[in-house]
Design a protein around this ligand. Structure first.
Ligand code: G3H
Ligand code: 13P
Ligand code: ZN
Length: 332
């Protein structure tokens, strides 16, 4: 049993309370590689932002659970080395799909876990979330739950359509499950193709796809029922057009990729939404930089030559999100 406290990590409780009161959101960045971890820490330190480093089941399969945990411990030490004496870093399990997985993460040093029972019947979702909460709280670990289903792929949980969260369920769900934060569905979804071209309109000037707006009316209804309760938005990459264009210019093929407009995420950050999940934008920033570098430098084969600009590009994106979208800068 390893306690996250011994690794210098923190849970989300105080972080979320401050974010809700302060009208900003904490960035939750997924990581699988050392370069992502370094870029996240550099960005958080330079902007004096708290940060959630999250690990999916897929990341555990890719990078090995033990290595990721040591990387998070290394992230705390790295932040200190970069001049941040008191970093606020959460190590979070993203889309945990069983009590056993959540327990395994809690036992190995995670400070926060998500139990995603959103695809289960309501009562089953409550029952398993509650079981996770009881175990987690005994170790002072915080728990994110999910109510409502996002369109697209949620790790191995797949759903072709989006079922918005029903505001009338949130009081009962949060009270009976005991969760510390609630991920809701208001029109975001995972990946780089959040909307089909048919769901969008075209900007007549640029020809680019304009997605339908998020369901802010549902968000406000939820906030009214559980005032101040920490709300989480998954699937919140904005899929920057310039990264998509770079990827396509240098041999990639991402036609009609479309994300959530940043103005809407900025607006959401000012509400009870206090955690915003971003993964795809990091993937796009990395891939764009790698493709460009290799196309322009065909003789290069040392991974450091192309991973360095990839890391720089991800860091630039993380800083942009923190400062210009979520507003979590200057909070340490
Ligand atoms: O919510 C999904 C995250 O983007 C993680 O994706 O399961 O491919 O690691 P992954
Ligand atoms: P994106 O695919 O929009 O980056 O969402 C990531 C996410 O929700 C991770 O849980
Ligand atoms: Zn997610």
């Amino acid at each position: 049993m390893v306690s996250y406290k011994d690794l210098g990590l923190v849970n989300t409780r105080e972080m979320f309370a401050k974010a809700v009161a302060g009208g900003y959101a904490i960035p939750a960045f997924n990581f699988n590689t050392m370069e992502q971890m370094q870029a996240i820490v550099q960005a958080a330190v330079e902007t004096k932002s708290p940060v959630i480093m999250q690990v999916s089941k897929g990341a555990r399969n890719y990078a090995n659970a033990t290595i990721l945990r040591y990387m998070a411990e290394g992230a705390v030490q790295y932040a200190k080395e970069l001049g941040c004496p008191n970093p606020q870093i959460v190590l979070h399990l993203d889309h945990g799909d069983s009590f056993e997985l959540c327990k395994d993460c809690i036992d190995s040093g995670f400070s926060s876990v998500m139990y995603d029972g959103s695809s289960l019947p309501y009562e089953e979702n409550i029952a398993i979330t509650k079981k996770v909460v009881e175990y987690a709280h005994a170790h002072d670990v915080t728990v994110e739950a999910e109510l409502g289903v996002l369109a697209g792929i949620e790790d191995e949980v797949s759903s072709a359509v989006s079922h918005y969260t029903k505001p009338e369920e949130v009081i009962d769900f949060s009270q009976r499950s005991g969760c510390d934060s609630l991920a809701i569905s208001i029109g975001t979804s995972h990946g780089a193709y959040k909307f089909t071209p048919e769901q969008c309109t075209r900007d007549p000037k640029t020809g680019k796809l304009v997605p339908p707006p998020l369901a802010f009316d549902i968000l406000h209804e939820i906030e009214k029922r559980i005032p101040g309760f920490p709300i989480v938005l998954h699937g919140s990459s904005s899929v920057p057009q310039e990264e998509v264009d770079t990827i396509n210019k240098y041999g990639g093929k991402l036609p009609d990729a479309v994300g959530i407009p940043e103005e809407q995420l900025r607006e959401a950050s000012k509400s009870a939404v206090c955690k915003i999940n971003i993964d795809s934008d990091s993937r796009l920033a990395m891939t764009a930089a790698v493709r460009k570098h290799l196309a322009e430098n065909p003789s290069h084969f040392d991974p450091r030559q192309y991973l360095k600009p990839a890391r720089e590009n991800m860091k630039k994106m993380y800083i942009h999100k923190i400062v210009n979208v979520l507003g979590s800068n200057d909070k340490l």
